[in-house]
Design a binder for this molecule. Structure first.
Ligand SMILES: [Zn+2]
Length: 387
């Protein structure tokens, strides 16, 4: 059994111990006592070093705790040091989770069913209903109020059979480690916590999403809340600067600009259609009819899209006895449009030509489109359709 020093003092970040056993090639070590927290209960493992060798992972094996090192060590006495910045951050997020879970429960009967402490942000999953903006705002305000009251966070050991008033029924029997926030919460937990709510620092609730039957609430505490607020401020400042507005006015200004852009886009599309109608008519007038009286126009484009030529094709073939063929070099593709009185079924005609050239596509009797594998095939299709 490894003695878990973090159970009794979560602020211990330097300690002496003995390597009592080594596993594998010697880079997995077991200590007689450790303050390294292993991944469990939603809280990630600690980093740090043992005799100057970096700790890569800490695993709870039940009775013992395995420390995975960057290099092997031999049994004997060692000096250990924990990455305190990382650990204290975890303590802020984890104690913040106890606080938030208790407040969600107290105010709205929303019960926490799981907790995840991530590298950037943390989440709790709640069940018992939806969590709208009003609920989030009330919970955030109440949680921060309790932070300012700087209430003690205490650890006691109690028998499961006698433990009263736990937020969640204990999952095991025997002695429980109970973490309490004064006059708010009692939870069985083996994690590391700060000693007063003031050390949690600012509590910020963020994104909410529905995940199956639960509501997932993202939150940030302490240093993370401050860093996020700084990053948010910088992003919003850049947006405001682009629109020459103040931060508070930025959303309204962006919405107004987007509305203007949409209107301009609509006007541009209308002008494009008007222009295509004009160009279609002009092209028709400038195209001499063949011996059979059908006017045939061919456009061979190297760049752009076939969609850009569709309006022209439609307007050309809106007039009598007209056939319009367009090819695009890249990607190799073809468009065929015909007027109803041209005697040509665009879909059938194009499909037949494409089949010969190893291409694919189709369409209606009036308008068809397809693609071919390469330039040679495109020439073959164009030749077949203009023959
Ligand atoms: Zn805890």
């Amino acid at each position: 059994m490894t003695e878990r020093l973090y159970y009794h003092d979560s602020y211990l970040n330097r300690f002496a111990a003995r390597i009592v056993e080594c596993g594998g090639d010697g880079s997995t070590v077991y200590l007689d006592r450790t303050a390294f927290y292993p991944t469990s209960g939603g809280q990630p493992f600690d980093l740090g070093s043992i005799s100057g060798i970096a700790v890569r992972d800490v695993i709870d094996e039940g009775g013992r705790i395995a420390h995975l090192l960057a290099a092997p060590l031999a049994p004997g006495p060692v000096e250990c040091s924990i990455d305190w910045t990382r650990r204290f951050d975890h303590m802020q997020q984890h104690t913040g989770q106890h606080l938030l879970s208790a407040v969600f429960d107290e105010l709205f009967r929303l019960r926490t069913v799981s907790f995840h402490l991530g590298a950037e942000s943390s989440t709790i999953d709640l069940e018992g209903g939806a969590a709208d903006a009003r609920i989030l705002s009330a919970v955030e305000a109440r949680a921060n109020q309790i932070v300012w009251e700087n209430r003690p966070v205490a650890v006691t050991y109690e028998e499961a059979a006698n433990a009263q008033g736990l937020r969640k029924a204990p999952e095991r029997e025997g002695t429980l480690r109970v973490v309490s926030i004064d006059r708010l919460d009692r939870s069985a937990c083996g994690g590391t916590h700060v000693r007063t709510t003031g050390e949690i620092g600012a509590v910020a609730l963020r994104k909410v999403e529905k995940v199956r039957q639960t509501v997932r609430v993202e939150f940030l505490c302490g240093g993370r809340a401050i860093r996020r607020a700084r990053a948010d401020y910088e992003s919003l400042s850049r947006v405001a600067q682009l629109f020459s507005s103040s931060l508070d006015e930025a959303p309204g200004v962006v919405a107004a600009q987007m509305e203007m852009a949409r209107a301009a886009d609509k006007a541009r599309r209308k002008l494009e259609l008007d222009l295509a109608a004009y160009q279609g008519k002009e092209l028709y007038q400038n195209t001499a009819p063949g011996a059979d009286g059908v006017r045939r126009a061919v456009r061979r484009a190297t760049s752009g899209t076939l969609d850009e030529l569709r309006a022209l094709a439609q307007n050309f073939t809106a007039q009598s006895q007209a056939v319009f063929l367009a090819t695009l070099a890249n990607p190799p593709s073809v468009l065929l449009a015909t007027s109803a009185d041209s005697g040509v079924d665009a879909g059938q005609r194009l499909k037949a030509a494409l089949a010969e050239a190893g291409g694919r596509g189709g369409g209606t009797a009036r308008m068809a489109q397809g693609s071919v594998p390469d330039a040679a095939a495109l020439d073959k299709v164009a030749a077949a359709l203009t023959a």
